[in-house]
Design a protein. Structure first.
Length: 368
């Protein structure tokens, strides 16, 4: 499907009272005027993008926004998780301040999860809060990170440790942008789609298994359904638990191990989705070791994650390194590591596990 082909957008609503907003999903939305109508009124907009996405889509977004904003500025950040830092974030503030942007200025996050997280955090902080719109261009951002209002930068000691809950005014998922996504980024996004099955919807897991080849081939209809169903599940969870006091934590299935892999290797060495894919294998093994699920489900998940082009064997960082990074995880309580476990197919819970057992799982799942 070319970027010129348009489809009527699918709309998924995030129900959060006065902070509610729509997720628009469809092909060619970047150049559809209706996708940009009804946003907060302002004289100025700032597009935040990166040096990989900007050359592809920034001009189209500028064109779409011209009827709505008298001035449109742009800041282009370096691409990659290794740049998700205070220093990079300051580049956004530098432009906002040097251009005299007021508190009605609307920020547009054009890119993947890193751009979305940093733009949202900048919007939460600038003048104590300005509106922003998510325009995710990666599969991972469309199905997960752009939805729900989690914003952050990394700290050398831990991922996403400095941030805020701050909801966007809208999420615009242009499926056409997925056609230019590198294969590795495509697989990374599939990890977050697969995640929704074992924690919330086994029928969706069946569907993913049946359509994984179509998804890998970027079939537009398969992608549209996968993005829509993922957003519906996330919307259902976030609508009940916006600030992760309980239920929302299940969305972190695979993330406790995954964040340890990212931090242990150095941010950016593995993509977030790659680390989550491998982390789900580990979390499924731990769920099995604790007697919650049978080995068949572990093997089924592992096979699907491998078919999605994701790693299923973890880097051999050593058990102590894994445990150290997992203790810094945001789900940890008083130094006790908390894991999202599948306690029955399609259902998850958060609990601790003995270090010795976790160590066995790490050794089993990592390269010798």
């Amino acid at each position: 499907m070319s970027a010129l082909e348009h489809t009527a957008p699918i709309e998924v609503q995030i129900a959060l009272g006065e902070r509610s907003y729509p997720i628009l999903i469809g092909a060619g939305l970047l150049s559809q005027p209706s996708a940009w109508q009804g946003l907060p009124k302002a004289s100025t907009a700032l597009i935040v993008t990166n040096d990989a996405v900007g050359p592809l889509y920034a001009a189209a977004l500028q064109q779409a926004l011209k009827p709505h904003y008298a001035q449109i500025h742009q800041v282009t950040l370096p691409d990659g998780e290794s740049h998700k830092t205070w220093q990079t974030l300051n580049q956004v503030f530098d432009v906002l301040l040097s251009q005299g942007c007021d508190r009605k200025t609307v920020l547009f996050a054009l890119g993947g999860g890193v751009v979305g997280d940093m733009t949202g955090f900048a919007a939460a902080c600038y003048m104590r809060g300005v509106p922003f719109v998510q325009v995710p261009t990666t599969l991972l951002a469309q199905v997960d990170s752009s939805v729900g209002g989690k914003t952050a930068v990394n700290h050398p000691l831990g991922k996403n440790m400095i941030g805020a809950f701050y909801q966007p005014a809208r999420v615009v998922c242009d499926l056409s942008s997925l056609q230019t996504l590198p294969a590795r980024e495509m697989s990374a996004g599939l990890a977050e789609i697969i995640k929704y099955g074992p924690i919330a919807d086994m029928v969706f897991l069946d569907w993913i298994e049946a359509h994984i080849d179509a998804l890998m081939a970027r079939d537009p209809q398969a992608l549209a359904h996968a993005v829509q169903r993922s957003c519906e599940i996330k919307a259902w969870v976030v609508g009940q638990d916006e600030r992760e006091s309980g239920l929302r934590a299940i969305l972190n299935f695979g993330h406790t191990f995954g964040h340890a892999i990212e931090a242990g290797l150095g941010f950016g060495e593995w993509l977030h989705g790659e680390a989550v894919g491998c982390g789900m294998v580990m979390a499924a093994q731990l769920s099995h070791r604790l007697g919650y699920i049978d080995l068949a489900l572990v093997e089924r998940l592992t096979a699907l994650i491998a078919r999605a082009g994701l790693p299923v064997v973890g880097p051999n960082l050593g058990v102590e390194t894994y445990l150290h990074h997992m203790r810094v995880d945001k789900k940890a309580e008083a130094g006790d590591i908390r894991f999202v476990l599948i306690d029955s197919p399609g259902h998850a819970k958060v609990q601790g596990a003995p270090d010795a057992l976790v160590g066995e799982v790490i050794r089993q799942c990592c390269q010798a």
